[in-house]
Design a protein. Structure first.
Length: 119
């Protein structure tokens, strides 16, 4: 059975007797919709096509995708910070902007270029 049809039927059973605008979707159904969306996106279907197949709005689908990504540990990315190796002829400089932004490891020519770009 098509997963979108399975979702629509399960949602209909879960919301029996409710007005369509007041439907609620249990977490298991939301997960099913998000998994279906990921599978469809791999085949380059648009979000509007996916939402239409599920019988929900694109806003609702987007909200579920956002919620899923917020709880996913994959939101964190590994960052490698390498020590700065200033050359003996050009020491590394640090620029601190009034906003508090700190830019480290610039050469003199880069500091000049940065200051010109900020004017």
């Amino acid at each position: 059975m098509d997963r979108a049809r399975l979702f629509r039927e399960a949602a209909s059973r879960a919301n029996e007797g409710r007005d369509r605008t007041g439907w609620r979707y249990p977490a298991a159904l939301r997960r099913l919709a998000v998994e279906y969306c990921h599978a469809c996106r791999r085949t380059h279907q648009s979000f509007s096509e996916i939402a239409e197949a599920l019988g929900i709005s694109t806003v609702t689908l987007g909200r579920w995708l956002d919620t899923e990504s917020e709880s996913s540990p994959s939101r964190f990315r590994e960052v490698v910070v390498e020590p700065l190796q200033p050359s003996p002829t050009s020491p590394a400089l640090t620029v601190v902007l009034p906003s508090g932004l700190r830019v480290e490891g610039l050469g003199l020519s880069q500091v000049i270029e940065l200051s010109q770009a900020l004017q």
